[in-house]
Ligand binder design. Sequence first.
Ligand code: FES
Length: 111
Amino acid sequence: MFGFGDKNKTYKVTIANTGETFEVNGKINLLKAAENAGIEWPCNCKSGGCGTCRAILKEGKVKELSDFAYTLDGDMLDQGYILACQSSLKSDIVVEVDKNQKGVQELKATA
Ligand code: FES
């Protein structure tokens, strides 16, 4: 439907580095789904500006709800980083999440 995928579909998320899994309904974003499932996921702004919620997409496809490039730099995009708060799922996915990671702005400030 208008490029948003099937909103009633449920996809499975696997966090490769922790072994956690949870399900995401096509209507909500990845970060919100993780919170609903009781998964600890680093986040701060929840609006695509800080980069704290980033994850490396290893398998599957997501839809960018806003442009990741606004927050993530080219190296991060090349490594496959996505922003959980700005992603809805288009398939089952496998991601890696560093639970102790900092916001992108903090990283730049300390670089
Ligand atoms: S929580 Fe800030 S970019 Fe997602």
